[in-house]
Write a protein that binds this ligand. Structure first.
Ligand code: GLU
Length: 469
């Protein structure tokens, strides 16, 4: 895209559910295009389907866009499609007066009876019947009988649609409500949109909407239909099957910067072999023309690893601050001074911020969390003897990391075990888990008294489970 011409793009979601990662990707593509050209992104909430809309979903969209950094600057809106009803009605009148639209009283069964094919579109039965408006009558667009409509799609070249196969689609339903095709095209036109960048599922609407633009005297926009997003089974991402709500990712502790970097890669890649790149590089390098048309795989594992990298790149204080909301909703009270000691240990070990809670809970809970599977795994073999020896070795040890490690290593040597195996029962006794923060640093922070009490409690439990044989 030339950076000299400024453009007006739009993001036009229907607020019928949680804000979807696919919507966020479209919004970001539009946002970056606007940013590159000093143009504008219009947010238009397509809220005309009142049975499926809710203000809550609209708020979710606005919040999520702001979270991803899409607010202020080149942003305009939100506009609400429902406020443009007069414009939609006026456009319908213009089309009727120009002979480009007609009323139709056919019901679906009539059409099927005539065409003998329930998949076939409307057969044009009412085209020349000259029906007046009236109850039960829909308004249809009269598509040209011949010729073709060529849409300019920046990703797909110039797809050509034969007009003869475009059915006379509905503009306003029998109840008077206008359809998506009309409202969306009229709003794009009246809002001066130059580029329509949206999901591939709308490609088949483009020739119809372009015909509307032309019939209403507008200069049609340039289109770009971005590829569908699929899951690991190559199925189109769906809110019933897949985790698609942006808010769910946010709640798990994905960082906005990681999320938006990852979303931009759904169909596009920066130069070189890079994937994790600063936002400025994305804004500099992104070209809508370079977006791929093959389905984009939403790889949650990859997103997680991106997020881990973004977390590790934060200064530790920022990481600790980002953890606070997660700690606040945890089932324990985290002493800030103690958490400051744990944060550097956890910093390199979490991929999403919510993981901080099970990583540090053992320090703040009165007793280590119990989980049977970890217990069984950690308390195998000579666990009882190791715990007894560890308790002994730690009773008078200087309470610092290197010394604690050294003492346990010696316990291992006495039992012919490597440190890893020697650590396992101690880790489970003290933290309740088989994996977690570095053990000896954790013990140092936990303190002698609590460490010894936990080891003793685990020994007692083991003894109770298997009475002296
Ligand atoms: N409201 C439509 C949707 O959410 C907008 C499609 C478009 O961007 O034109 O699918």
């Amino acid at each position: 895209m030339s950076s000299t011409s400024s453009i007006r793009v739009r993001f036009a979601p229907s607020p019928t559910g949680m804000f979807h990662v696919g919507g966020a990707r479209s919004a970001l593509f539009n946002w970056v295009m606007a940013a590159q050209s000093g143009g504008t992104l219009v947010l238009r909430i397509e809220d005309t389907d009142t049975s499926r809309n809710s203000p809550e979903w609209t708020e979710g969209i606005i919040r999520a866009m702001a979270w991803l950094g899409m607010d202020g600057g080149q942003y305009e809106g939100p506009y609400f499609q429902s406020a443009n009803a007069d414009k939609h009605a006026a456009a319908a009148r213009t089309l009727i007066e120009a002979g480009r639209a007609y009323y139709c009283d056919c019901v679906r069964d009539d059409v099927i009876a005539r065409t003998g094919d329930q998949h076939k579109g409307y057969d044009g039965f009412c085209r020349d019947r000259g029906l007046e408006p009236g109850p039960g009558r829909a308004l249809r667009f009269r598509t040209p009988d011949r010729g073709h409509t060529t849409v300019i799609d920046l990703l797909r070249g110039k797809p050509v649609f034969e007009n003869a196969v475009l059915e006379d689609f509905v503009l306003a339903r029998a109840d008077g409500s206008v359809t998506f095709l009309l409202a969306n095209a009229v709003d794009d036109m009246s809002q001066g949109i130059t580029h329509v960048v949206r999901g591939e599922e709308h490609l088949s609407n483009a020739p119809k909407q372009q015909l509307l633009w032309e019939a209403l005297g507008g200069e049609p926009p340039v289109w770009a239909h971005v590829p569908v997003i699929v899951n690991e089974k190559r199925q189109k991402l769906s809110k019933r099957r897949d985790k698609v709500a942006l808010e769910d990712y946010q709640a798990e502790g994905y960082l906005a910067a990681a999320m938006r970097n990852y979303l931009m890669l759904l169909g596009w890649a920066p130069s070189g072999d890079r994937e994790i790149v600063p936002w400025e590089v994305i804004v500099d390098e992104f070209r809508i023309e370079d977006v791929n048309t093959s389905p984009a795989f939403f790889d949650e594992k990859k997103l997680r690893s991106f997020n881990g990298e973004y977390i590790r790149a934060l200064p530790v204080e920022e990481f600790a601050a980002a953890c606070l909301p997660f700690l606040e909703s945890a089932p324990f009270e985290a002493d800030p001074a103690v958490f400051d000691q744990l944060a550097p240990l956890a910093h390199t070990r979490v991929a999403v911020l919510a993981e901080i809670v099970p990583m540090v809970d053992f320090v703040f809970l009165d007793e280590p969390p119990f989980d049977e599977q970890s217990w069984n795994k950690g308390m195998k073999g000579p666990a009882a003897e190791i715990l007894a020896a560890a308790e002994e070795a730690y009773r008078d040890a200087p309470w610092e990391t290197a010394e604690l490690k050294d003492r346990l290593e010696q316990v291992g040597v006495a039992h012919g075990l490597k440190l890893g195996k020697t650590q396992a029962p101690v880790r489970v006794a003290v933290t309740g888990r088989t994996v977690g923060l570095p053990l000896f640093e954790s013990l140092e922070i936990l303190g002698r008294e609590r460490t010894l009490a936990r080891i003793a409690a685990a020994r007692a439990k083991l003894a109770a489970a298997s009475p002296a044989s």
